[in-house]
Design a protein around this ligand. Structure first.
Ligand code: SF4
Length: 288
């Protein structure tokens, strides 16, 4: 365990990627980056993160802006519910914590959109807590290198907690992300891996089954083209630019011949707090 930890930290010193959220310990900016990184590639997140943190440098600025402005700035990132949750989290931080992101697990996980992983990431990256933040990439490294057996997310977090060096969780967790993202990838590059000598799976010949694939809990993403999610995305994009009348809903969703489906999608956006109907002759849909 000690040599694993040492090799991870040594490799990280020379190879860790320079990313904008790694240049700050500000808890709000770290929360923003972690929410954006859920289900979205690092390269796509970078410009959005830079714009978002410039527009909303703290929870109060985000809460004051209103959800419509936050959803508008989220354009291009997808999974728009994250934008609403982030806005709600900012409001909760202002009301419950005097505008300061809390540092304890219970308070963090009470914020909308913050689960076990995000809470750990904020505690480690902003507050230096000795906890593992184990994303999909880190689970892959741990499953192959340390356990040589499938790991659930809970097991990976428990194992990660035993490996995190005291006072060094930031370096350790960030490096584990990068090892999994650039070396121990789906098709691992064992020839240039700093953990070759420690790796249980590689040491056993690296044959099938791959402990990570066997243990993978990743669910297959449903087809996007033609899905409700695609229609929702299109309607939200239209709303980012203005209001949409009831008659224009189907075209805005991209289904000109299916107004019933478009109305159902509009209804779900209203229920979830993204949009509201206003005016009366005729009513128009607009961002909340
Ligand atoms: S040796 Fe190969 S399988 Fe093991 S941690 Fe490195 S890249 Fe992953």
């Amino acid at each position: 365990m000690r040599s694993f930890r040492r090799r991870v930290l040594e490799w990280g010193r020379d190879n860790r990627r320079d990313l904008p959220w790694r240049r700050t310990r500000d808890p709000w900016r770290i929360l923003v980056s972690e929410v954006m990184l859920q289900q979205t590639q690092v390269e796509r997140v970078v410009p959005h993160y830079v714009r978002f943190s410039a527009a909303f440098p703290n929870p109060s600025a985000c809460a004051d802006a209103g959800s419509a402005e936050v959803v508008r700035l989220w354009a291009g990132l997808g999974y728009n519910r994250r934008a609403l949750n982030l806005h709600r989290a900012a409001s909760a931080v202002v009301h419950r914590h005097h505008g300061e992101i809390p540092s304890d697990d219970v308070s963090l996980r009470a914020l909308p959109g913050v689960g076990a992983y995000t809470s750990r990431a904020v505690r480690s990256f902003a507050f230096g807590a000795d906890v593992a933040a184990v994303d999909t990439n880190a689970v892959r490294v741990l499953a192959r290198c340390v356990s040589a057996a499938p790991l659930s997310v809970g097991q990976a977090m428990a194992l990660g907690d035993r490996l995190v060096p005291r006072g060094g969780s930031w370096e350790f967790n960030q490096t584990m992300f990068d090892l999994g993202a650039t070396v121990c990838t789906a098709e691992p590059k064992c020839g240039r891996c700093p953990l070759r000598r420690q790796c249980a799976w590689y040491g056993a010949g690296g044959g099938e089954p791959d402990p990570w694939r066997r243990g993978s809990t990743a669910t297959k993403q449903a087809r996007f083209a033609g899905s409700d999610r695609q229609g929702r995305g299109r309607l939200l994009d239209a709303l980012r630019h203005g209001t949409v009348t009831s008659a224009a809903l189907a075209a805005a969703c991209g289904w000109p011949d299916d107004s019933a489906r478009a109305e159902r999608i509009a209804g779900s956006l209203v229920c979830e707090g993204f949009a509201k109907w206003s005016g009366s002759a005729p009513p128009v849909l607009e961002l909340c």
